[in-house]
Design a protein around this ligand. Structure first.
Ligand code: GLY
Length: 574
């Protein structure tokens, strides 16, 4: 099962000898046509779907002031930092796929956190050699250098129409004037109360009077408002230098962390080339490393493109999708990491010929057991990570997935800044052969190193067809990849934004070797057929929070849908 790299490269080159040549840019004709169609037309109105109605409205407010989808993305992300801090925010990072309508330019924004220079694996290992899960997930040692502020500044400079002051205004206003925390935020604070209680600034912010905020109270965050104001006035300098940087470093070091001013000063958000894959006439633009999401989605779609799923019953269809997921996650574990540090065989992993080989190894009526690596328990996804999708009146698009990692990140607030730090260090392979909180194993490619970005599953994606386009993404830890994949398949099957967001889901990630299933996904006959093929089905309660916008260019209809599993989201067309 676990072929060495050189074997795989050799088999690829053998396959290439007889393979069909792709166009120079790797784009088949159908996709090029879809692309030109999207450039010729503009919707004339806009759609946003996010996890919180205040954030969606912040984006619409900025569009109404003359901003484009990218300014709106800044407004939505910064507002989510205030109103949905359990999932993403100023102390975390994001990944985004942007599509600029006027010239069809697609770009990936990497605002992923980075390890501080003093990162030391020993900090995450107990004296007996077992993983120190607390250090990996709570407190300042669990936090990477935040990328969110730098990423938003970069988007404003290179893609926005408005000054940052205007795009950040809604978040600053809401943080200053206050808002009513929704049930999810109140529940997340209650769930993390014990760890929040360890840090005085976290208590001051999240546990007024020693308790989570009650329903209906107006909750204010003046420290965070001031930090966003500094960013609005000074760009990167408002966070990565000067007063904020000094407060962040002082707070982190006082609580046992190891950040320095140089770590903050050297952080840079990066533009990268997105991964593009063609599937049944659609061009899917998605996240490259340091996300594993786009590579896995491309590998799965390449495997599936040689199979006619429409002619199959549900059990067969699920069988082939799960086998494709299994193989893509195996490669994810083996090869992927930060592209600035690791050489990855992406040409191989993304090649249709490599996928041909993988497809041929799938038995038509039997599960292939995942082997070798020790079994890892994947927990229920919590209230972490957020995704939002935007299409503006000109046809610009933004797919943004943002995170502080696990629910409430590290639970550590740096005093005087309002910044809740992430716990993204756990996304590194901190302890060899031990899984992270999502049950994902990593290899040396994702080992922590100074300045390196930890591997992510975030998979913001744009799907462009001849007549229809979707902007799509989801939170959900390792299940992000498979949830987005299923969303893409449902869109290509003709489903609406509402149907895609509501669709029941399933997941396989190589290890543990089981299909995680949402209640109601399979009818009893399908469950029985899958079990007979050798699959272990395991019910999982909590699934992502998908936010999708779609554009039907034939009818010029925009649609926006927020996942019905979580009631605080809002999809809105304006
Ligand atoms: N922290 C979750 C992810 O980036 O995949």
């Amino acid at each position: 099962m676990n072929f060495p790299l050189n074997w795989r490269v050799l088999s690829l080159s053998l396959l290439l000898v007889g393979g069909t040549a792709l166009a120079a840019d790797g784009t088949p004709k159908a996709a090029a046509t879809a692309h030109s169609a999207s450039m010729q037309q503009r919707p004339g109105h806009a759609a946003i779907a996010s996890a919180n109605f205040l954030a969606t409205n912040a984006g619409l407010e900025v569009l109404a002031k003359g901003g484009n989808a990218f300014d709106a993305a800044i407004a939505v992300a910064s507002t989510l930092s205030v109103v949905e801090p359990e999932s993403s925010g100023i102390g975390g990072g994001f990944m985004a796929v942007l599509h600029r309508a006027k010239d069809g330019h697609d770009v990936f924004i990497d605002a992923r956190e980075a390890a501080p220079a003093a990162v030391n694996r020993k900090d995450y290992i107990n004296p007996d050699g077992s993983p120190n899960r607390d250090a990996a997930l709570k407190g300042p040692l669990s936090a990477g250098i935040p990328g969110e502020p730098a990423g938003l500044v970069l988007i404003a400079k290179r893609y926005g129409r408005l000054p940052l002051q205007q795009s950040l205004a809604p978040a600053i206003r809401i943080a200053r004037d206050g808002f009513q925390p929704d049930a999810r935020l109140r529940g997340s604070i209650a769930a993390e109360q014990k760890t929040l209680e360890r840090w005085p600034a976290s208590v001051a912010k999240y546990l007024p009077n020693g308790k989570p905020p009650a329903e209906g109270v107006i909750w204010r965050d003046p420290d965070q408002a001031r930090t966003w104001e500094l960013i609005a006035a000074h760009g990167d300098d408002g966070f990565y230098h000067g007063e904020t940087a000094q407060k962040l470093v002082a707070a982190v070091r006082a609580a046992g962390g190891n950040w320095t001013l140089a770590d903050l000063a050297s952080y840079q958000a990066k533009e990268r080339t997105p991964i593009t894959v063609n599937y049944h006439g659609y061009r899917i633009v998605t996240a490259p490393p340091p996300s594993s999401g786009g590579v896995a989605i491309a590998e799965i779609l390449n495997i599936l493109s040689g199979i006619d799923l429409t002619k199959m019953d549900q059990a067969q269809r699920v069988h082939y999708i799960v086998e494709a997921m299994r193989r893509a996650f195996r490669d994810h574990n083996d090869y992927l990491g930060d592209p600035d540090f690791v050489k990855m065989p992406l040409d191989m992993l993304l090649s249709p010929f490599y996928a041909d080989g993988l497809r041929q190894g799938i038995l038509p009526d039997k599960a292939t057991p995942s082997s070798m690596l020790p079994r890892a328990e994947a927990p229920e996804p919590g209230m972490h990570t957020t995704h939002f999708s935007i299409i503006d009146a000109d046809g610009n698009m933004a797919a943004v997935t943002s995170t502080v990692n696990y629910t409430m990140g590290s639970t550590f607030v740096a005093e005087g800044t309002g910044v809740l730090l992430n716990d993204e260090m756990d996304d590194f392979a901190l302890v060899p052969n031990k899984p992270n909180v999502y049950g994902l194993l990593g290899s040396a490619a994702n080992a922590p190193e100074p300045g390196k970005r930890m591997l992510s599953s975030m998979s913001p994606s744009i799907v462009i067809g001849a007549d229809r386009t979707a902007v799509i993404g989801s939170p959900g830890g390792s299940t992000i990849i498979t949830q987005v994949l299923e969303g893409i398949l449902h869109f290509i099957d003709g489903e609406s934004a509402q149907q895609i967001a509501a669709h029941k889901r399933f997941h396989h990630q190589y290890l543990p070797d089981e299909v995680m299933v949402e209640d109601g996904t399979f009818d009893p006959a399908t469950s029985e057929a899958l079990t007979k093929m050798g699959y272990t089905l395991k019910q999982r309660e909590s699934w992502g929070f998908m936010n999708v916008v779609t554009w039907d260019r034939k009818t010029n209809k925009l649609d926006a849908a927020s996942d019905p599993r979580r009631p605080s989201g809002l999809g809105k067309v304006q």
